[in-house]
Design a protein around this ligand. Structure first.
Ligand SMILES: Cc1cc2nc3c(=O)[nH]c(=O)nc-3n(C[C@H](O)[C@H](O)[C@H](O)COP(=O)(O)OP(=O)(O)OC[C@H]3O[C@@H](n4cnc5c(N)ncnc54)[C@H](O)[C@@H]3O)c2cc1C
Ligand code: FES
Length: 302
């Protein structure tokens, strides 16, 4: 099993912390596009070659509105995708965000040319686990870390410097649940990437009328003969339920936690989650540097 362990760039030096945001850099960047994808959901694109060429699916950046002290703290936002130039080099980053509070409300009004402050890449991305069938389970705005991952497993794109080699899967499925149809964001991107998309909604306005975990259950039931890897991002009760289904079906499940963060680089401990240790006890782990991706069976859900 490919473990979620120290990032490969950590030198074998006893003085070097095992998890450390030491590949991250800070940049003042300019917005290229800021467009609506769905109700209250936008995609912001900014040029930043340094982060774009290094970042891998599952990693995130911290973002602030340049020159403003309110909000003071950066906000964590997952990589949606990188944008390539004519030579195929990653030069810009796409982030998809839901308008929720102070920062995202203001960001939605920003125009091309306005500036942001970003630091990254942060966190450990999804480990490059070989699998026949990648099943991505998203609730709410939890689809954002999965476009780049889906592209990688379909075999259409590589990420990281040097590019990390992810063996392509035979199939990539996205199970995507929203409250109501007009919140579904980015489905054409996933379809264009070659992912099989199955939607659900709480009110029945699109796809399966019910929970996204019902979709997961039916995909797992249909594919019992396959080697499957499930990745999950969204509200914690949804991820906990998905983890239980996967445990019953003997499918490995990784979750990407969306804990609120203050620094993003391992200093403030505002982002901790309870994680089971090999000796059977549990310990607090910082989602920003030791996550945000964890094996679901290691999480003690609160
Ligand atoms: C690793 C990671 C990746 C993320 N990726 C994305 C992404 O790609 N797109 C996206 O839209 N959001 C993402 N988020 C969530 C995003 O960072 C928060 O929603 C952020 O707080 C929004 O900032 P705001 O100033 O608009 O809202 P705030 O003013 O910060 O918050 C508004 C309300 O939401 C609550 N809140 C804040 N953060 C969270 C959270 N993580 N979970 C639950 N409640 C919270 C606050 O307590 C407050 O009540 C991610 C979070 C993490 C940790
Ligand atoms: S956000 Fe500060 S330690 Fe994780």
């Amino acid at each position: 099993m490919t473990e979620i362990a120290s990032p490969p760039h950590c030198p074998a030096n006893p003085l070097h912390a095992a998890f450390y945001a030491d590949r991250a850099s800070f940049h003042r960047v300019r917005i290229i596009e800021n467009v609506g994808l769905a109700r209250d959901t936008f995609r912001v694109r900014f040029k930043c070659q340094e982060i774009a060429r290094q970042i891998v699916p599952g990693q995130f950046v911290m973002m602030r509105l340049a020159g403003l002290d309110d909000p003071l703290l950066g906000r964590p936002l997952a990589l949606y995708d990188t944008v390539l130039d004519e030579q195929g080099a990653a030069t810009a980053i796409d982030i998809v965000y839901l308008v929720l509070g102070k920062m995202t409300r203001r960001l939605a009004e920003y125009e091309p040319g306005e500036e942001l402050e970003v630091w990254g890449p942060l966190g450990n991305g999804f480990p490059p686990v070989p699998t026949e069938h990648l099943i991505m389970v998203a609730g709410g705005i939890g689809q954002t870390p999965f476009l780049a991952l889906g592209r990688e497993y379909v075999g259409g794109r590589q990420y990281g410097a040097p590019p990390r080699g992810v063996p392509p899967a035979k199939r990539v499925t996205l199970c995507y649940g929203v409250r109501t149809a007009d919140l579904l964001a980015g489905v054409p991107d996933f379809q264009a990437a070659g992912c099989d998309v199955r939607a659900s909604s709480d009110d029945g306005t699109i796809g399966h009328h019910g929970l996204v975990t019902d979709l997961l259950q039916s995909v797992l039931d249909e594919t019992q003969e396959e080697d499957r890897l499930v990745v999950c991002c969204g509200p914690e009760p949804m991820m906990e339920a998905a983890a239980e289904i996967c445990a019953r079906q003997n499918a490995r499940c990784l979750v990407s936690l969306e804990s609120p963060m203050a620094c993003g680089i391992g200093i403030c401990f505002s982002c901790v989650a309870k994680v089971r240790q090999p000796d059977g006890n549990w310990d607090w782990k910082r989602t920003c540097v030791e996550g945000p991706v964890f094996d679901a069976d290691k999480i003690i859900w609160q």
